[in-house]
Write a protein that binds this ligand. Sequence first.
Ligand code: COA
Length: 331
Amino acid sequence: MSAAQRRSVILGTGSELPNKIITNEDLERLVETSDEWITVRTGIKQRRVLEEGKGNADMAYHAALRALEDADLEAKDLDAIVMGTVTADYPFPSSACVLEDMLGARKAFSFDVNAACSGFLNALAVSDSFIRSGLINNALVVGSDALSRLLNWEDRTTCILFGDAAGAVVLGASENGDKGILSTRLRTDGSHVKTLYVPAGGSRNPTNPETVQNNEHTITMNGKEVFKTAVRSMEEISRQALKDAGVTIDQVSLVIPHQANRRIIEALAERLHVPMEKVMINLDKYGNTSAASVPVALDEARRTGRIKAGDVVLLNAFGAGFAWGAAVGRF
Ligand code: COA
């Protein structure tokens, strides 16, 4: 295959949702909030939480097994594992390494990508580039996060929004020019680091009794600022990715946006002139699952028959950093 003809195609998808469900009514007992407020402002009704004693890679493992089965590929034949996550099992090494061991994917090189809610898009873009360059022939691309581990369950402005999940995609090289990832676009704006972040636990502000006491190991967010910038940024990058792919928005069968807030998604759809019937939404069931949100929604869309052969799909995401991205693919 010459580098110019190569493209990566999605061979399989999988996802994993922890069993434990926390409903809005459960949250009413923890903080001063209501099911009505959460539903109207976000669209979220419930979220999943990873059980104690388990780590990020435990979720990623099950998502990966389903994606590999769907792709009819064995883990030992994987060339690479790239995982988008901000809640790795350990500060180091990467969760991708933990996952590689669990899967027995001995041939693969593995690493994590830290781009928060955009982590899966970044992992997808990197893996797609590796495949198109000829460096590898396939990759397991994962988005997996357990943000419940970073929540202050007394902060009603954040604890209502997030949930835990993992999603995975198997990419393979193909010479069929029509199908596959047609374009990827990534952006960041580091001037917004403190708009959405975890203040302590890194090298700048290492863990000590005071940081724990002050709850500095949990998510701190200016929600309004995130909301405003998310809509504008995802619109712009989606348009760029569509242009790169040479397709118009009318040719897109399904938009799979980051599942942060129903109002963000509706505003984005309006700006892109896409009817809501063409927009995948499952945040009512899972909340914002960070890097897992797009691959989980993609897997659900495929398994429920919302994506058919030949369909053009637009993925987009936005999150802490700020970091955002978009991808266009044909199935
Ligand atoms: N329950 C009840 N009331 C709440 C609440 C909750 N869980 N959280 C905040 N409020 C209150 C506020 O204190 C405020 O009260 P006040 O008017 O008396 O001051 C009021 O509700 C309105 O708060 P505001 O922050 O203006 O609400 P909002 O419409 O901006 O919605 C978010 C808040 C967080 C839902 C919204 O800003 C958002 O979704 N932002 C994006 C966040 C996001 O997606 N982050 C992840 C990106 S990857």
